[in-house]
Design a protein around this ligand. Sequence first.
Ligand SMILES: Nc1ncnc2c1ncn2[C@@H]1O[C@H](COP(=O)(O)OP(=O)(O)OP(=O)(O)O)[C@@H](O)[C@H]1O
Length: 637
Amino acid sequence: MTSAAREGSPDSRAAFQVDLHGVVDLLARHLYSSPRVYLRELLQNGVDALTARRLLPGLAAPEGGGRILLTPCADGSLEVRDDGVGLTGAEAVELLATIGRSSKRDADLGAGREEFLGQFGIGLLSAFMVAETIELVSRSARQPDAAPVRWLGHADGRYELGEISPDDPDVPTGGGSLVRLHPRRDMEHWLAAETVVALAEDVGGLLPVPVLVATTLEDGSPVQRRVSATALPWSPSATAPAAREQGLVAYAERTLGFTPLARIDLDLPLAGLTGVAYVLPGALAPTSTAHHRVYLRRMLLSSSVPDLLPPWAFFVRCVVDVAALRPTASREGLYDDEVLVATRDALGRQVRAWLLATLAEPSPLATTFLRTHHLAVRALALQDDEMLDLATQVLPFESTLGPTTLADAAERLAGERLLFTTDLEEFRRLAPVASAQGLLLVNGGYVYDDDLLTRVAARFPAWRLARVTADDVAHTLEEVEPLRELEVTEALTGATAALTSADCEVVLRRFEPTSLPALLLRDAEGDHARAAAATVAAADDLWGGIVAGLTAPAKPRRLVLNDDNTTVRALLAGAPGPVRDAGVHALYVTSLLASGRPLNDGESRLLDGALRTLLDGALAAPTTTDPAAPPREGDAR
Ligand SMILES: Nc1ncnc2c1ncn2[C@@H]1O[C@H](COP(=O)(O)OP(=O)(O)OP(=O)(O)O)[C@@H](O)[C@H]1O
């Protein structure tokens, strides 16, 4: 066999060359999103060491049951002591000097993977984000006679390991470990006392073991402050329900930063999950992603885990402790596996059950919830028949006759068509006239309403839900007398001509409120064209021509002038010319403005031109003064 063939042969064996410096840098500085995770990894190793000591058969429990003590030192270093299982020299060589090696997957050293927080064998390296060196002094609780060891790891990948005297003051007397971090330059603040306390409270606040921080009081006396709670805030405790409720609200205020509208207990024994879903006090856009605070075996995984609940549940923020979900290697998120999918579905069902129960009966909470989170109800009703039925009973829709539910509106209409608009602008334009004529019109202009109303229409055909057309409104307006119609034919034709560029025809009707000079109807779907053709066909010979003249050719917009309005009457009585056209333009644009939408460039220019013409006309007109009137204050004498 040639040497080339030997080198390339599948039989040849060679280990990868690893650039330790690069790997340490990659893991410590690029896997994790922030240096703050270093403390979590250290706490986690301490908790796991205590767990291993508790679980391994034949080991004596540490004095006082075991604790983790954090000591920010005067020289800028940080010490983390635990009373855990500790390491022998041989274990230290194997576990600390090999990246990716973890005792927590080891049948001999670990008592079962699911009991431990760590598993990847890389967490300790995260300390290199803030430390130049990591020192670990350990004494094995499994082999108390073995010599204690000191391991010193450098950020460039070098390490030193050696046995030390049992009398060395760093050696944990009853077995356990001391980890000491020496800060990197410019990273000193991460090891400062206030930062350590804040981080320990945040990530380790719910740990089941005592986590203490050694600090000094104002008078300089040393004190050990416990930062971990004794129980989960939501666990059913001996305290009265009112006290538990208060505690949970206080917890939300402290950790999530808001006072919840309500809370929903979450319990999923199969996933080892307990927790609380807090209902947000304010509305959020349905497109916003909800982030949740997730603890894994009572260690904070992340305060911004997405996808724990279905997307429609954007109105809650959860705090949960879970055992069965898998963390990603950075431990900053959850692995998106089938367990997470099943958990999400099950949690969604619990939130949904609360929602159905809360909304089924009228209550102040139901009212506030609907006012604040109606979009969530709409979102869920789109995919859930039971919620859809409930939504028709409880979800208030804006209507021309005040807020109403769809069920109430249908009952009131007693078989008449239930008309709705599908955009807010249309509703605003039509509402004043529709309500003055007693026409019940529902605003279906919110997000999801289009689809929601389509679903309601299919589920409740007897309600005869239909999108309002221009003719539905036009038919409620009173026709003007035929003679009056004849009298203004020229003015209306002129007005339509003035609005050629807007593709809008002008017609005359009488309607309430008389203060409203004009109403703009849109007929995007061509209903008007069909209605006009039908009207012409039905009209008798005498009036057919006039009606045809008024309605054809059909245009997508109709400006309906109100003959009961004095401004309109003055306009129609005016002589043809630029001033009358300007009046028509001004009425057209103000009708557009009634929808609340901003004007586009062309419409703004139309209004500007109209106002200028009207102003020029008014200023050019001779002022009439009464010679007998007394001079006003400020008049020139
Ligand atoms: N305080 C400690 N006491 C005893 N052993 C420790 C301690 N800290 C680290 N070790 C040992 O070093 C190994 C590597 O630790 P490291 O934090 O890098 O990874 P891990 O905790 O196993 O997994 P992960 O990367 O998920 O955190 C651990 O498996 C453990 O055996």
